[in-house]
Design a binder for this molecule. Structure first.
Ligand code: PMP
Length: 422
């Protein structure tokens, strides 16, 4: 399979060889690295991609959820072009950041006020800084398997190194309500914040149980720590995010990915009294700087994306399409009696090469890793582009016919590779 992959992609191989001379691993984004070399894409349209060798793919990676609108949504392209026509770097406040902020505050229950960043990583850094400033406390509780950006990644089974920890951290197990509540109480008034993904995205599309999140909500209310939902990925799961669907309101929420129509983006928001720590009208306000925080392209695209395109009907239709697809994939795996289970919520799902249900993050063994690799390369050979870990993130241009095509490829994989039951 690897030989066929390499033989079919001389263009991608050449791009990788040149990049390797000047970039370690030929790469500037770990998630896009895999051996022997990653497929290089040169063009996208709707939910289709073309690689450096002219091969076409159905794009179900959806830029790890940032590509919600596909590659050529005309309203977003028009917004970006018309913003560009008025100048790219104005070094001044503009009208669109207030517009986009109003759109976001208007839909997420926990967000009275919001500020923008360039990425989800920065959004989380600033939310934690804000929580520490507001509470006057230092420590933060996060969960094993969680991912909150390049500097806040906590894979299961990998010791956390102090090198990538700017903040004193504690850890608890995801979906262990009692354990997490005990950890919060034990930290007491040293704990500034609890940060959690309401569905672990990078950790394998593992949904949090409502009980778990509710336990976090109650324990933090008791101790005075702030509860932060990282909805960088999951905010797409409803008009008001996954928090609205679950009916649990955190103190702060962070965003990123698709919200600026695919342009670089991040945001953090929350309760008015918490966000007031950043209010420049007040003496001693916390600084929150960033050259590109209000860049005109992201702000203009974001207004159109959130104000005109991703409305309640679009969010619900996307959610339903994903639920249907995940159920169909799991039914296919069950029919074949193989060790394959897709976890997820709505339009996001991740295959696990074990018998379901999968309710907590785990460290996969060598056999499962091998199956994951086969799955990725088999899908590529079938003309379907996924995240390397197998994650699917549906975008708005994806049709029922596209979903059927993926389902057929999953069935074919089950029949050909027969992942064994564990
Ligand atoms: N939080 C979550 C839940 C994410 O999935 C990601 C990105 N995969 C981030 C934060 C970081 O966002 P960014 O890559 O824009 O820095």
């Amino acid at each position: 399979a690897r030989d066929a992959y390499t033989d079919a992609r001389p263009g991608s191989a050449a791009i990788h060889a040149r990049a390797r001379e000047v970039m370690p691993g030929g790469n500037t984004r770990t998630v896009l690295f895999y051996t022997p070399f990653p497929t290089a894409m040169v063009r996208g349209e709707g939910c289709r991609l073309w690689d450096a060798d002219g091969r076409e793919y159905l794009d179900l990676c959806g830029e790890y959820t940032a590509g919600l609108f596909g590659h050529s949504e005309t309203r977003i392209l028009d917004a970006v072009k018309s913003a560009m026509d008025r100048g790219i770097n104005l070094a001044a406040v503009g009208e669109n950041e207030g517009r986009l902020a109003a759109l976001i505050c208007g839909r997420f229950p926990s967000v009275d006020q919001v500020r923008f960043t360039n990425s989800g990583t920065e959004a989380n850094i600033m939310a934690l800084a804000g929580a520490r400033g507001f509470t006057g406390r230092t420590e933060v509780l996060a969960f094993r398997g969680g991912y909150h950006g390049g500097v806040f990644t906590f894979p299961v089974g990998v010791p956390v190194s102090p090198v990538n920890l700017p903040i004193p951290m504690r850890f608890a197990d995801y979906n262990d309500a009692a354990g997490a509540a005990a950890a919060i109480r034990e930290a007491g008034d040293r704990l500034a914040a609890v940060i959690v993904e309401p569905m672990q995205g990078s950790g394998g599309c593992i949904p949090a149980t409502r009980d778990f999140l509710q336990a976090l909500r109650e324990a933090t209310q008791e101790t005075g720590a702030l509860l932060i939902f990282d909805e960088v990925m999951t905010s797409r799961h409803g008009f008001g995010g996954l928090q609205q669907r679950l009916g649990i309101t955190p103190d702060m929420t962070t965003f990123g990915k698709y919200m600026a129509g695919g342009m670089s983006f991040g945001a953090f928001g929350g309760r008015r009294d918490v966000m007031a720590v950043f209010d420049g009208h007040k003496p001693g306000a916390m600084p929150h700087a960033g050259t590109f925080n209000n860049n005109v392209l992201s702000m203009a695209a974001g207004c159109v994306a959130m104000g005109e395109i991703f409305d309640e009907a679009a969010a619900e239709a996307l959610f339903a399409r994903g639920e249907t697809l995940r159920e169909a994939c799991n039914a296919a795996a069950a029919k074949h009696g193989v060790a394959l289970h897709f976890t997820g919520v709505g339009s996001m799902m991740n295959p696990h090469f074990r018998k379901g249900p999968v309710t907590a993050p785990y460290k996969a063994g060598a056999e499962e890793e091998q199956m994951r690799e086969l799955f990725f390369f088999d899908m590529l050979a079938a003309g379907i582009y996924l995240a390397r870990r197998g994650m699917v993130a549906l975008s708005l241009p994806v049709t029922d016919a596209d979903c059927d095509r993926f389902l057929a490829a999953v069935e074919e994989f089950c029949a050909a590779r027969k992942p064994v039951l564990t």
